[in-house]
Design a protein around this ligand. Structure first.
Ligand SMILES: [Zn+2]
Length: 378
């Protein structure tokens, strides 16, 4: 599957968020995978199960059918081998790519993982104060706090969560300042974030360079008449009164512009992803488990030659080996088959610092962090 340059990103205008809307908390619950692949993957999993039991004649027919089907597809072995896009498929290779000047339009994709060291609480984990506080509202599920139907009936849990997560309560991390450093050096094309904590902006990244895929607290609207509401009024309601705000025009509930389940992503997400990804010459993905679509699908919107690095605590977004054999090259391809994908497992801040060391940027990074160093410096 060559020549994906200019291919339209996974999301299209009007597409709705399929998984949790990506609050600034680690996503621990499984979210749906992408449409077609997920379905096919499911079928393949079932096929695995069949192999383990003794095959019936019907199953043998399935096998024969599958064999005939696969014989008509372009198999992985038939695809031309890609030239390696990096000197080495590790952080040093990424650093060398940046140093060489080949990467001048870097896109950074980030998720909850980069805000963990800022102390953003994981409200889904039983035992954390935030989750326990939400329990008094008898939520059917912690994620109900981001469901519009539930919000309409009971906005109190969301307003309570908003009070905890409201920008200003937390300080940016090393990873956030790295984004600022990339911008300062003129290398950041865009930062696509799933986080609603606005810590990228807090670290000094220009609003123009940030795409808040799942929204944030920078705006608010009435859920009924859709009228815009001054964020100062929302801030007062959230932080001081702790009470849901009602629209002065129609009395409807006011909701900060955080994307809830089933809601459209901001139009800026689609516009920027369609224009930016074809220009991207290095994709850095960090602190995200890449399970929420359409955000997760963006990793495949860069060209087939663009180097991609995942800096994360665990592997994420990896292509299904069996689907790859059928020519579906969606997702990261790590390991010996990789020609441009780098996997660096570890803590986001420590790994980003390591990358900055390899770039000889550590002093500049620390200069950005210094006013708030102390607890964040590793
Ligand atoms: Zn209204």
């Amino acid at each position: 599957m060559k020549g994906s340059a200019g291919r339209k990103p996974a999301g299209t205008a009007g597409e709705k968020v399929e998984g949790p809307p990506g609050p600034s908390v680690p996503v621990s619950s499984p979210a749906p995978e992408s449409h077609t692949d997920s379905n096919l993957s499911h079928v393949l999993h079932e096929a695995d199960d069949d192999v383990e039991s003794s095959p019936s004649s019907e199953e043998l027919d399935h096998d024969a059918f599958a064999e005939r089907l696969f014989s008509h597809l372009t198999l992985e072995e038939d695809q031309p081998k890609q030239p390696q896009a990096l000197d080495s498929l590790d952080l040093a290779g990424i650093a060398a790519c940046i140093k060489s000047g080949k990467a001048r339009n870097i896109i950074l994709m980030c998720g909850a993982g980069i805000s963990v060291s800022a102390g953003i609480p994981d409200f889904r984990t039983p035992g954390t104060g935030l989750y326990d506080n939400l329990q008094k509202y008898n939520l059917p599920d912690p994620t109900a706090v981001f469901e519009i139907g539930f919000f309409r009936k009971n906005p109190h849990p969301f307003y309570m969560l908003a009070k905890e997560l409201y920008p200003g309560n937390f300080k940016p991390t090393t990873a956030h300042y790295f984004i600022r450093l990339l911008e300062k050096k003129g290398l950041l094309l865009r930062c696509f974030t799933q986080n609603i904590d606005s810590l990228e902006r807090e670290a000094g990244v220009s609003s123009d360079k940030i795409v808040a895929a799942h929204g944030n607290f920078d705006g608010a609207h009435c859920i009924d008449c859709k009228g815009a509401v001054a964020t100062e009024n929302v801030k007062t309601a959230v932080l001081k009164a702790g009470q849901p705000l009602h629209c002065s025009r129609c009395g409807g509930l006011v909701k900060p512009d955080i994307v809830f389940f089933g809601e459209n992503l901001p139009s800026r997400f689609f516009k920027r992803s369609q224009e930016d990804y074809p220009k991207c010459d290095l994709l850095i993905v960090t602190g995200t488990s890449l399970v929420v679509h359409p955000f997760a699908g963006l990793i495949d919107a860069v060209s087939n030659e663009t180097p991609r690095v995942l800096i994360n605590r665990e592997v994420a977004g990896e292509a299904d080996a069996r689907l790859r054999k059928l020519g579906f090259n969606k997702g990261f391809i790590f390991g010996e088959d990789s020609w441009r994908d780098v996997l660096h497992l570890g803590d986001c801040d420590a790994s980003i610092r390591r990358l900055c060391q390899l770039l000889d940027w550590e002093d500049e990074l620390d200069a950005l962090i210094s006013p708030t160093a102390g607890s964040h410096k590793l």
